[in-house]
Design a protein around this ligand. Structure first.
Ligand code: NAP
Length: 274
């Protein structure tokens, strides 16, 4: 339905945002659910993020936050979820009572998409490549899902140490290794790519497919309309694999449910990406 005076306004705040698929997903969900809302993307400066969040939320709407503002967004919140606390990031905000509240639905999105790929991952042995915001969400979801062990490998090992100490201090299930060669003889249940490797055609694969190290399932946070090179290579080698589209849809669905207090029309949201 076209916007009216009563329409609730939601915005993605980031820089850049022009490439984002979130408006497509959320507006498809609003249309499918017949709701009086609109979702737009706003490129903005970090210093404007808390003000925009408060303005949108207090006007009855809310929104999402993307790179590079997910940590800055914490400053716009009066209350934050445990997922925000643990990942030190907010990707979703809205108003409850007089307060602007926030969550990090990337944690839910990762958990949900991973369960779709492998089912229960309790006691699983996971290789996590990367140590940025996406890796933080994955690490929280994995630990909360009673994973057996997470091995983190990152281009800058110091950042992996920082991630582990911030998200999982003293958790003996988390170990850091210096690089993939250090674990070449090992095998894992699941490998997760939480780096941008795969966004460009010239990128190397985030983890090799030759069994050194080995893994039985591959979860790529990077997404592309036809799937990523790592996903294609993994599938050709008989490894179950998905790219980041399902995580994107699931984090968007969780945001929708916080804003609208009703189940998200997942099929319409997935179809919007097809
Ligand atoms: P981020 O916070 O900037 O972290 C990027 C991570 O990748 C860091 O660990 C970085 O290592 C590493 N890295 C960057 N360039 C690399 C390279 N050329 N070779 C090896 N490692 C490299 O980014 P993020 O938010 O975690 O996002 C990472 C990727 O996941 C992006 O492509 C993003 O779009 C995707 N993502 C998808 C979803 C989804 O819903 N599907 C959600 C979140 C993220 P250093 O520590 O050495 O810099």
């Amino acid at each position: 339905m076209p916007p009216e005076a009563t329409t609730r306004v939601f915005a993605l705040l980031g820089d850049p945002v022009a490439h984002s698929l979130s408006p497509r997903i959320q507006n498809a969900a609003l249309a499918a659910a017949g709701l009086d809302g609109v979702y737009v993307a706003l490129s903005c400066l970090p210093e404007d993020v808390p003000f925009l969040m408060r303005g949108l939320a207090r006007a009855g709407g809310g929104g999402n936050i993307t790179i590079p503002h997910k940590a800055t967004a914490l400053r716009g919140l009066a209350a934050r979820s445990a997922a925000c606390e643990r990942t030190h990031a907010c990707n979703t905000f809205w108003q409850e009572g007089a307060r602007v509240v926030g969550d990090n639905t990337d944690v839910y999105g990762f958990d949900s998409a991973l369960r779709g790929l492998v089912g229960d991952f309790r006691n699983g042995d996971v290789l996590l490549v990367g140590a940025g915001g996406g890796a933080a969400a994955a690490l929280v979801a994995l630990l909360d899902g009673d994973v057996g062990r997470v091995t983190i490998v990152n281009r800058t090992p110091r950042n992996a140490q920082f991630l582990a100490s911030r998200v999982a201090s003293l958790d003996k299930r988390v170990r850091i290794v210096s690089g993939l060669p250090a674990i070449a003889s090992e095998s894992f249940d699941i490998a997760v790519n939480a780096t941008p490797l795969g966004l460009r055609d010239a990128d190397p694969l985030p983890a090799p497919i030759d069994g050194a190290p080995g893994y039985r399932a591959a979860f790529d946070m990077v997404y592309s309309p036809l799937g990523t090179a790592w996903v294609h290579a993994a599938e050709a080698a008989g490894i179950r694999a998905i790219d980041g589209k399902e995580m994107l849809v699931c984090q968007a669905a969780a945001a929708f449910e916080r804003w609208w207090q009703r189940p998200a029309p997942l099929d319409a949201m997935r179809a919007a990406l097809a």
